[in-house]
Design a protein around this ligand. Structure first.
Ligand code: SF4
Length: 290
């Protein structure tokens, strides 16, 4: 396998074989993100990617490969015909694979019809991770996400209709103090309309070299303190209506670790937040990371 630059994958893909289908992020505009700032976006030549699959098969000839993750940030930007060809090749070389997954930018999901997504699911693409970040139009515009809240909802619904499992992420604190309430309620609304399989709630962390870091340094944007983060989280959990969705805010960036299934665990999660507040038991700043 050959990898270009730093490779990112969701925590749940820690044991997956990673195959780099694209390099970088096609948009690269989000003010809080530094992941692919050093890469010029391109789709890798398909024959190169197939060679990587063959090299991986050779390397893992005595090991069963159960999961494959297609990196980098925009696998779904690739033409459907090429993705289908690749998924067929994966089946041929790794008949034991149980799941192929990828990051899917909302705009790229919307670039495919339900019928195309269904064909991809039937060919083995069973999970798409989609970064939503916020459900508030103003926050989405401020952080230059490049999509509206209604487009996020539409992308989530399209994946669901195609039978592809969806794991979506949002960022706590992204609206700062000024949009705390709108951000929490907007996220709750988008999640309730999408009804995804999994929701991950990270907490904003500052990364050097990002536009957001410069906005904080200049005083243009104010980071939330722990109390405000918990208020935002409470507001969010109180207002989501998405039965069956697995909710996780147990990432290393979160001050309080929460996990539950909506809506049945709502009260338990709210009680966990209250207990953390009463006992001031938060993850220390020096232990937080991305
Ligand atoms: S958050 Fe996602 S879409 Fe935005 S710049 Fe980073 S990788 Fe690209």
């Amino acid at each position: 396998m050959r990898y270009e630059g730093a490779i990112y994958r969701p925590p749940s893909e820690g044991r997956s074989l990673i195959i780099q289908l694209t390099v970088g992020c096609a948009r690269n505009t989000c003010t809080f993100c530094s992941m692919y700032k050093d890469k010029n976006f391109r789709v890798r030549a398909l024959d190169e990617v197939i060679q990587d699959l063959e090299m991986a098969r050779d390397h893992y000839r005595n090991t069963k490969v159960r999961r494959i993750f297609l990196a980098d940030g925009d696998a779904l930007i690739v033409k459907t015909a090429d993705l289908l060809l690749l998924l067929d090749k994966i089946k041929e070389l790794f008949p034991e694979v149980e799941r192929v997954s990828a990051y899917g930018a909302p705009a790229d999901v919307l670039g495919k019809s339900v019928e195309e997504l269904t064909r991809l699911r039937k060919a083995g693409l069973l999970m798409v991770y989609m970064g939503c970040e916020s459900g508030d139009e103003e926050v989405l515009a401020q952080v230059k996400k490049g999509v509206s809240a209604s487009e996020l909802v539409e992308a989530g619904i399209r994946l669901k209709e195609a039978g592809i499992q969806t794991s979506v992420t949002f960022i706590s604190g992204l609206g700062g103090s000024e949009r705390l309430k709108e951000h929490a309620l907007g996220c709750a609304e988008v999640i309730s309309k999408m009804q995804p399989d999994y929701v991950g709630f990270l907490t904003l962390m500052l990364e050097e070299g990002t536009q957001l870091k410069a906005q904080i340094d200049s005083g243009e944007f104010k980071l939330l303190d722990v109390e405000e983060i918990l208020t935002e989280l409470e507001l969010l959990i109180e207002n989501i209506d998405s039965p069956g969705t697995v909710f996780r805010a147990n990432h290393a960036s979160n001050y309080v670790s929460l996990r539950g299934t909506l809506n049945e665990d709502r009260k338990l999660m709210l009680a966990d937040i209250r207990a953390a507040r009463e006992n001031a038991s938060y993850r220390p700043e020096y232990f937080r990371s991305l």
